[in-house]
Design a protein around this ligand. Structure first.
Ligand SMILES: NC(=O)c1ccc[n+]([C@@H]2O[C@H](COP(=O)([O-])OP(=O)(O)OC[C@H]3O[C@@H](n4cnc5c(N)ncnc54)[C@H](OP(=O)(O)O)[C@@H]3O)[C@@H](O)[C@H]2O)c1
Length: 330
């Protein structure tokens, strides 16, 4: 029997709860401790989800010797400081997406983790779904030839509320940062996140973040990628990887892909389906535990260089944006 891996969860929000529940589907995962900015909230979360201990603040969680790895599920603007806090205390850490607010923060975290020899990974859970692995095998086997273009849309209709973290700049709001990052990480997964040309058109809101964004990328060798992301309307949720001889389609919710289809000219499509136990975080947790047991300080599936490159790409896309919301016509 392998020793259990003792998880700490920082944050008591929606995703922290999903992750906590899904640890029950990851054999060998133990719910050790939780932290919140508010001690009573941490205690309530611990009681509800079966964690042994509750702490006030991430530092106390990172200093808990009974925690092997911390999962950071705080708002986007908290990721950098909280990850730093864990790394400085030698505590392995998984950081929810988006990894950080910008490439400067991402690079600093990656440097610190490497310097200290401590495990650090962006929690880009999509990568650990079996449908992604199936797509990787189809691509590696040359079933569609080289991927020449990528298209990925992601959007939810959330009522506008400047205090909601999806809109509030102080909490890391914005469609591109919060949702577009899934599409850009998929683009990176398909090849690289360093296109020659980038363009992005935001639909700004009164809070000063983008409620929606259209983006396009072009590489020197002719590869292309584009997509829409939105927190103010439902979009198709589909991603398509266009190859030289066919295409791979994630028909729904490509960021948590349960189904994937291989379409090749003149042939019946091949379908793969892999529904998760629970929400889908157990696969990511299992991968992290494998990495820790193997003594890795980085994930081979979600490496730091990719997380940093994706943040750099987000910086480039946002660089040309207007600084204020559009004015009403007339
Ligand atoms: N992988 C996925 O599928 C997925 C889906 C949605 C979101 N996410 C990511 O997961 C993270 C959490 O998202 P969520 O939807 O769970 O958000 P949420 O429900 O608003 O929870 C965020 C938590 O962050 C903590 N927090 C720290 N500083 C805060 C501040 N200044 N204001 C408000 N809360 C603060 C709060 O916990 P305490 O007050 O207890 O400290 C809060 O419960 C985000 O980074 C998001 O991008 C991932």
């Amino acid at each position: 029997m392998r020793a259990p891996v003792r998880w700490g969860v920082a944050g008591t929000g929606r995703v922290a709860a999903h992750f906590a529940r899904d640890l029950g589907h990851a054999p060998g995962a133990e719910r050790a401790a939780v932290s919140s900015r508010d001690a009573a909230r941490a205690r309530a979360f611990a009681a509800e989800h079966g964690f042994a201990r509750a702490h006030e603040g991430v530092a106390a969680l990172a200093e808990d010797a009974g925690v092997d790895v911390v999962y950071l599920a705080g708002v986007n603007t908290s990721h950098y400081a909280d990850a730093r806090c864990c790394l400085e205390r030698g505590r392995p850490v998984v950081v929810e997406k988006p990894f950080t607010m910008d490439a400067r923060e991402a690079g600093a975290l990656a440097d610190l983790a490497r310097e200290r020899g401590v495990f650090l990974m962006e929690g880009m859970w999509s990568r650990f779904f079996p449908a992604m692995e199936q797509a990787r095998v189809w691509i590696q086997d040359g079933r569609i030839g080289a991927v020449r273009s990528v298209r990925a849309d992601i959007g939810h209709a959330v009522p506008y509320d400047p205090a909601n973290r999806l809109f509030d700049p102080a909490l890391g709001g914005g469609a591109l940062l919060d949702l577009g990052v899934y599409a850009l990480s998929l683009v990176s997964w398909c090849g690289d996140a360093t296109p020659r040309d980038v363009a992005a058109w935001p639909r700004m809101n009164e809070a000063g973040t983008d409620s929606a964004c259209a983006w396009a990328l072009g590489w020197t060798d002719g590869r292309l990628a584009s997509g829409l992301c939105a927190v103010d309307q439902h979009l198709s949720r589909e991603a398509v990887l266009y190859g030289e001889r066919g295409r791979i389609i994630f028909p729904d919710a490509f960021w948590r892909p349960v189904r994937v289809a291989l379409h090749r000219d003149g042939r019946e499509p091949e379908l793969f389906e892999g529904a998760p136990p629970g929400r889908g975080f157990a696969w990511e947790a299992a991968h992290v535990m494998d990495c820790l047991r193997a003594g890795f300080t980085e994930s081979p599936i979600m490496p730091l260089r990719e997380s940093v490159a994706v943040m750099r790409l987000l910086d480039r896309l946002r660089a040309a944006w207007p600084l204020s919301p559009p004015r009403a016509a007339g």
